[in-house]
Every structure is written in structure tokens, then in C-alpha cells.
Design a protein around this ligand. Structure first.
Ligand code: NCD
Length: 370
């Protein structure tokens, strides 16, 4: 059996916590050698990527999987092959899991309705980027006792950001409150609706000072110029003047606030070097956590997360590092036999498996990116 990971909105709190615990065990040094032996992972990226694609590859290779990268620019996509045909071709060639990044919201959902292998969303248009959301949660959970009760500020181009959408579901499901900060043109529509529901713990403001007030976590978002058809801001310089996260503006947040950015950064636009490389930045840790998170997601998607070798005792690891403790208790609480619900493919919401992408986007309540 395989599971699809299409968005954090679809996951229960228990599932998110399970994936974070599994990822933490790998971040703590558990060795995945051989656990994915005999499995084939294929990556299909229609948009550029450094961190996401490499960390999926690294995670799969470290666990012994065969990894095949479909280079879209040199594939039959250039001869006019449809997305649907490409995905089905990869499955026919033996993919156990396909990792998809696509500029159209809903593309991985559509793929998940067409194939039996696992489909993992590595970012679809303005929709979601669930593995990024998980690594953001993991990074914060490593530094704070609990996510519940934290104040998180997402700053910048929230409207076009799939990172923001996954963070929104992930942090609020775990009990944090969220403030979306940005110019009115770059915030989602004010009125929550069935198309754009906003959890009740989410507020919005266009004042950076107000939005960062008492924040425990500040996440600066990249200006998504590739998804902006017309001027959402008068100029990048003007945007930076009012909304850049700098060492100075970070002072509006709590003195111990953590600074995140999904990367790639536009230094001098949404974030400045003094903040990005400053003492509060955990940006490099986010990148490093990407491998552990993607490994956990692969095991979960292929339904071997519960069958793996029992981890080396965390007590043993902790003793080596002199920090046996909280993680050990948390991991010990996961019952080894607990069944995990299957994630619905969303088929019931779409116009059918062959429905085109636009229908699919409308069905998922999303607008396509440009
Ligand atoms: C993000 C993406 O592509 O969605 N990058 C990433 O995966 N780390 C964020 C972005 O490009 O703004």
C-alpha cells in the first residue's frame, strides 16, 4: 500500500506528530541504511529547486533506494507530452514513489488519482509544499518545548506562497497562532470562504511592527516574482523599506525569536544579511532538517515507517551525546502497531481522474499560479 502526501491540510495532528517524531529520530542520528532497498524513487520537477530535490535524493539514496531524476527540460515534455502521460510513464517504468513539483496548483493531486504508486507534493503553484511545512515545524520543535501556544509571523508574499499555506496548516494544527504580515496586495482575500478557508487562529496585518509584536517565530517569505503577473508592489526597493526582515525590524519580535526562511533568499528584498546570518537565524538548520523530514515522508508514503528496524535506543544515542531526555520519552509513546489512516486522494472532490488541471484547481479551491 502506498500513501500520497499532497498537503498538510489533509493530515491529522497525529500524523503530523508521527512524521515529526520519525524525522527527529533520523536527525538524531538513527541510520536508515537499506530500509528502502529495492524501491525506486522518481523526481519530476517542472520548476527549479536546489534544497528540495537534493534532499529527497539524498534521503532516498541514504536509505538504499534507486533514484531516477526526470529532467523535464530534456524529456518528452519538450515534445508536447502531457503531464498525465509523463506521470503514467514514470509509473510504468517502475516508480514506487514520484516526487512532483509543478507550477500548477493541483498537479500532484491529479497525479495521485491516476497512479497506484505514492505521489509526494514537492510544491505545487500557490497551493502547498508539505515537506517544507514539516521541516519548518521540526526546526521550531527542536528549539521550543512545544509548538502549541507559540506566536508565528509569516512575512511577505503570503498570497503566492505555497510555503505559507503549508506553514499555516501545520502550525495551527499543532496549536500555534499565526499572523500573516504583508502589503494588502500580497495577503489572501480577507473574507474566509469555502475556497479560501482560514483557521480561526490566523490574523492579518499590513504593519510589520504590529505583526512581529511578541512573535516567537518569524518566517520571511520569498517574493514570488514568477507568480506575479502585474505590479503587486510599487517597487522592490519600496517593498523592502516597509517589509524586509532586518536585524532592526526583528527587534519588534521577542528577544529570543527564531528567524526562518524557506530559501532561496532574495537578500535585500524580503530579508537582509544581518538578519539572515544573525544569531536568531535557523535557516541552515531548516535546510539540514530537509533530509530527515523527506526520509520520514518516504517511509510513511511507502508504508514502511512502522516496519523499520527498531531504532537504536535513543537512550544509547543520548548517552553518547550526553542528552538523553525529552525525545526519548516522546518516541517511546508511539505505539509500534498503531494503524495510520490512508490519506484520501481527493478524487471525490475532482471532476474525475482525467479532469483537467483547471478543474482540479477549482475543485481544490485554488487558483493556478502564473
Ligand atoms: C520554496 C519553493 O520552491 O516553494 N523553496 C523551497 O522549496 N525551499 C520557496 C520559494 O521558492 O520561495
Amino acid at each position: 500500500m502506498s500513501r500520497h502526501l499532497l498537503g498538510l491540510r489533509d493530515l491529522s495532528v497525529t500524523q503530523i506528530q508521527h512524521l515529526l517524531d520519525l524525522a527527529q529520530s533520523y536527525a538524531d542520528g538513527e541510520r536508515p541504511a537499506g530500509i528502502l532497498a529495492g524501491r525506486t524513487l522518481m523526481t519530476l520537477f517542472y520548476e527549479p529547486s536546489t534544497r528540495t530535490e537534493i534532499s529527497f535524493e539524498l534521503a532516498a539514496k541514504r536509505a538504499g533506494a534507486e533514484v531516477v531524476r526526470c529532467d523535464v527540460d530534456r524529456s518528452s515534455v519538450k515534445k508536447g507530452e502531457s503531464f498525465v502521460d509523463t506521470v503514467q510513464t514514470l509509473e510504468a517504468l517502475g516508480a514506487d514513489a514520484i516526487v512532483i513539483r509543478h507550477p500548477m496548483a493541483g498537479a500532484p493531486t491529479l497525479a495521485s488519482q491516476l497512479v497506484r504508486c505514492a505521489v509526494i507534493n514537492a510544491g505545487d503553484g500557490m497551493h502547498e509544499h508539505p515537506t517544507q511545512g514539516l521541516l519548518d515545524l521540526l526546526t521550531v520543535s527542536q528549539r521550543r518545548e512545544r509548538i502549541a501556544g507559540l506566536k508565528v509571523a509569516l512575512v511577505g508574499d503570503v498570497l503566492h506562497s505555497r510555503v505559507a499555506r503549508s506553514a499555516l496548516w501545520g502550525f495551527t494544527k499543532l496549536g500555534a497562532s499565526l499572523t500573516l504580515v504583508g502589503p494588502p496586495t500580497l495577503l489572501p482575500p480577507l473574507l474566509p470562504s469555502s475556497l479560501f478557508p482560514l483557521p480561526s487562529q490566523v490574523t492579518m496585518t499590513s504593519s510589520l511592527e504590529e505583526g512581529l509584536q511578541d512573535a516567537d517565530v518569524v518566517m520571511a517569505l520569498r517574493m514570488q516574482l514568477e507568480r506575479q503577473q502585474h505590479g503587486y508592489v510599487p517597487s522592490l526597493a519600496e517593498y523592502a523599506r516597509y517589509y524586509a526582515v532586518t536585524a532592526r525590524t526583528l527587534a519588534y519580535a521577542r528577544p529570543d525569536a527564531l528567524l526562518l526562511h524557506p530559501g532561496p533568499m532574495n537578500l535585500g528584498v524580503e530579508i537582509t544579511a544581518d538578519a539572515a546570518y544573525g544569531a536568531r537565524s535557523v535557516i541552515q538548520t531548516q535546510v539540514a532538517n530537509g533530509v530527515a523530514v523527506r526520509l520520514a515522508v518516504l517511509l510513511w508514503a511507502l508504508d514502511i515507517d512502522e516496519q523499520r528496524e527498531p531504532p537504536r535506543s535513543l537512550r544509547e544515542l543520548g548517552a553518547e551525546r550526553g542528552n538523553a531526555g525529552a525525545r526519548e520519552r516522546e518516541v517511546a509513546e508511539i505505539p509500534a502497531t498503531r494503524p495510520l489512516p490512508v490519506i484520501a486522494s481527493g478524487a471525490s472532490r475532482s471532476g474525475g481522474p482525467r479532469g483537467d488541471l483547471m478543474n482540479n484547481e477549482i475543485a481544490t479551491g485554488l487558483r493556478p499560479s502564473q
